[in-house]
Design a protein around this ligand. Structure first.
Ligand SMILES: Cc1ncc(COP(=O)(O)O)c(C=O)c1O
Length: 385
């Protein structure tokens, strides 16, 4: 089987995990958490990083620390992994779904601007100006772009929109470690950025997350909250209802070893994506996600569009090649189907019906990529030599 996207553990993972086991520091204390936080901070260029159990709770905590109140709105794209919407719910908020654009597959900023201009009003009080949704009369507190599949949208425009409507930004950059827009790293544009290290990500701790905070006070608050809001190092005093969401040392040990190999993983991901783009460029039945020249993507999960992805998926499965469909759009999921969905042509649905992600593990070989390309061409009846 050629798998879709598996971890690549070729560095100091064994040594660092052994160190944890030998010393007994496998749990919530130990050096590796801090070292892993520092290593991710160095990769993305931000000093205020907090490790946590996964990306989903990282998003939830970012919203809570950022000041989301119960029932307030968060603007998210309709095409994303369900964790984005779930995190908003867990933080007590209500997502408003914005459709994505057909070329870049990111939140459609034309739709977003139209919506904000026509369906909201602003109120000024002693805390400043806030934007409210006309229909629910609830504050729209956050804009949460998702860097879908590691690619990025127009971050300059997004930041201007957020400023104009007084929205805080939490970037769901769970898939985008290493991606940049005009040289600046994903996760560092917003008040908060969140990364995931689950098994299929560019580096993995098995399960894990990291919140990057612009403001050091937010990082301190977040760290406190995910550590049961413990307010004294020896006494069991806690000053609010906290969470047990911190990352354990043994997973951070894997994370540090993975972070040390990050640049080689990143270049390999780019090579894989380029090999597919070149190998499939003459196949007229297939198109790709567009990339803006301002974006340098981490090419996390290489994905194509075609008319019959289910047929290709079944064919490749028989050949021992694992592929993956894109997420069911949020507005089509039962628990999110009543949310307000801002859309024109429902591009999320069109993309969902046409997309298929191809094997792109860091460890995939050139001959495996050539084999996958050959099998795709065979399925489509395209001659290849
Ligand atoms: C877009 C998106 N958001 C959120 C998450 C949640 O991250 P995690 O699986 O670490 O909770 C993921 C990853 O799985 C994701 O792809």
């Amino acid at each position: 089987m050629i798998p879709l996207s598996t971890p690549y553990l070729a560095g100091n993972e064994w040594q660092y995990v052994k160190e944890c086991l030998d010393t007994g520091w496998i749990s919530s204390s130990g050096d590796f958490v801090g070292k892993f936080e520092e290593a991710i901070g160095q990769i993305v260029g931000c000093a205020h990083t907090v490790a946590c159990v996964n990306g989903t709770v990282g998003l939830q905590m970012a919203l809570q620390v950022g000041g989301l109140n119960p029932g307030e709105h968060v603007l998210i794209p309709n095409l994303t992994f369900v964790a984005t919407a779930n995190a908003v719910h867990h933080a007590g908020g209500k997502p408003i779904l914005i459709d994505v654009d057909k070329d870049f597959w990111q939140m459609d900023l034309d739709l977003l601007e139209d919506f904000l201009a026509s369906q909201t009003f602003q109120i000024e009080d002693e805390t400043g100006i806030s934007t409210y949704y006309l229909i629910t009369k609830k504050r729209i507190a956050f804009l949460m772009p998702v860097h879908v599949l590691g690619y990025m949208g127009d971050m300059d425009r997004l930041a201007k929109i957020a400023e104009k409507y007084h929205l805080k930004i939490v970037e769901d950059s769970t898939e985008a470690l290493g991606s940049t827009y005009k040289g600046q790293h994903a996760g560092t544009f917003g008040d908060f950025g969140v990364f995931s290290f689950n098994g299929n990500k560019i580096i993995s701790t098995g399960g894990g997350g990291m919140v990057v905070c612009k403001n050091p006070a937010d990082a301190a608050k977040l760290k406190h909250l995910i550590n049961q809001a413990k307010s004294h190092s020896e006494e069991y005093t806690h000053d609010e209802t906290g969470y047990n969401f911190r990352m354990v040392n043994v997973l951070a040990a894997i994370g540090l070893a993975q972070a040390e190999q990050f640049s080689s993983h990143l270049s390999r991901k780019k090579e894989i994506a380029e090999a597919y783009r070149v190998g499939l460029k003459d196949v007229t039945e297939i198109s790709f996600q567009r990339i803006s020249p301002k974006v340098d993507s981490n090419d996390w999960l290489f994905t194509i569009l075609l008319e019959n992805p289910a047929g290709l998926q079944a064919f490749l499965q028989k050949q021992g090649i694992q592929t993956r469909k894109l997420w069911v759009p949020m507005n089509q999921l039962p628990m999110h189907s009543t949310l307000h969905y801002i859309s024109g042509k429902d591009q999320s649905d069109l993309l969902y019906k046409k997309a298929l992600s191809l094997p792109c593990s860091v460890g995939i070989t050139e001959s495996q990529i050539i084999h996958v390309i050959g099998k795709i061409k065979e399925f489509l009846g395209v001659n290849h030599f």
